[in-house]
Write a protein that binds this ligand. Structure first.
Ligand code: PLP
Length: 366
């Protein structure tokens, strides 16, 4: 599904130099590499503040803590996503309110958000699933009307650009009060371990996020609130700082692979290519087909026999997960998400796919 080894070989000297500089300085935590990467990521995304943390899940949790959400507050998330989005809501004692997604883009449905708002709703957490931004213009509008926070789960979408109808262009993670991303190795900007970051333009929120990520501490050993310990280590920052200058090339490589898949499958009736949101670029963290006219699992098996990996992201929507059973929800409540869970199939997608590999995958699908 990914080829991190070949990607490393192409920038090996930069990565090795970065890692060695950390080891030689022995500043494994809070080294200058962390600050350098933070500044470079601020420049790249246009966010006023980037706060690096330990992983994307922590970023989401810290975001909800920094907004001061309290047990019982309702947080709206899509039911078709990676579990982390709802997990942090549940861990904080907030109430996850899951809603359905759009069939074409697989992103959170704006109409469903509108219907789910109650007097207890405090925040919306849209997920930019598979690398394409959710309908942010409409979501921000709804949030404004109802006085809600928007926390973007941009773990799959770093570098994706959203264009508002007035022509303003903003990157994923820089549109809501807070944006969150992950540097898990297979993400579009991945480190060699765990990593994540929060993004915000609000100075006070940035200070609060930094404090919460550091044990709720502003003055050393004085703890103003209950926090967590979550940081990006210097070695991971060095790796990311070496990779960030290549992120745009990496995105282009993914888009070119996606264009090959589109050309191969775009006119088929038995599998549908990913629907596009005209307001967002797609950075293809995943290239996800909807297999509608043949047996998805049989196709996956056929590919496996030809050594072509394919994955199901995600086989079970949140409201059908055992840990998230809730009397408010039952099977059939979110028909689009349930249908997607039964038909999605993600193909190999990374920065190193060769024409030969793409030909082999495409012909393997038959
Ligand atoms: C990867 C991912 C996360 C969690 O990131 P980690 O760094 O693995 O904690 C959260 N949400 C989505 C949508 C993701 O893809």
């Amino acid at each position: 599904m990914v080829d991190l080894q070949s990607q490393y070989q192409r920038i090996k000297s930069d990565i090795d130099r970065g890692i060695m500089s950390v080891i030689e300085s022995a500043q494994f935590i809070k080294g200058p590499q962390v600050t350098a990467f933070q500044e470079h990521l601020e420049q790249y995304t246009g966010a006023k503040h980037v706060i690096p943390v330990g992983n994307g899940t922590d970023a989401l949790q810290i975001a909800l803590m920094a907004l001061g959400l309290k047990p019982g507050d309702e947080v709206i998330t899509p039911t078709f996503t990676f579990i982390a989005t709802a997990e942090v809501v549940a861990l904080l004692g907030l109430t996850p309110v899951v809603v359905d997604v759009d069939w074409d883009t697989m992103n959170i449905s704006v109409d469903a958000i509108k219907k789910a708002i109650t007097p207890k709703t405090k925040a919306i957490v849209p997920v930019h699933l598979f690398g394409q931004c959710a309908d942010m213009e409409q979501i921000l509008q709804i949030a404004k009307e109802h006085n809600l926070y928007v926390v973007e789960d941009g773990c799959q979408a770093i570098g994706s650009v959203y264009t508002f109808s007035d022509g303003t262009r903003k990157q994923a993670c820089t549109m809501g009060e807070i944006g969150c991303t992950s540097f898990f190795p297979s993400k579009n900007l991945g480190c060699y371990g765990d990593g994540g970051a929060l993004f915000t333009d609000d100075d006070a929120l940035a200070a609060r996020i930094r404090a919460i990520a550091n044990h709720g501490m502003v003055v050393r050993y004085h703890h103003d609130e209950v926090g967590v310990n979550s940081r990006l280590d210097s070695i991971q920052a060095a790796v990311l700082d070496a990779k960030l200058p290549h992120l745009n090339e990496y995105i282009t490589a993914r888009q070119q692979a996606a264009a090959r898949y589109d050309a191969a499958f775009g006119s088929r009736q038995d599998m549908l290519i990913p629907g596009r949101n005209p307001q967002s670029t797609h950075v293809f963290h995943q290239y996800t087909l909807r297999v509608v006219g043949q047996d998805r699992d049989a196709l996956k098996q056929k590919l496996a026999e030809k050594d072509i990996p394919a994955m199901i992201y995600y086989p079970v929507p949140l409201h059908m997960q055992k840990a998230y059973q809730d009397p408010r929800y039952k099977q059939g409540d979110f028909p689009v998400a349930e249908k997607l869970a039964a038909c999605v199939l993600s193909l190999p997608m990374h920065t190193e796919l060769t024409d030969e590999q793409l030909d082999y995958i495409i012909s393997g699908i038959g």
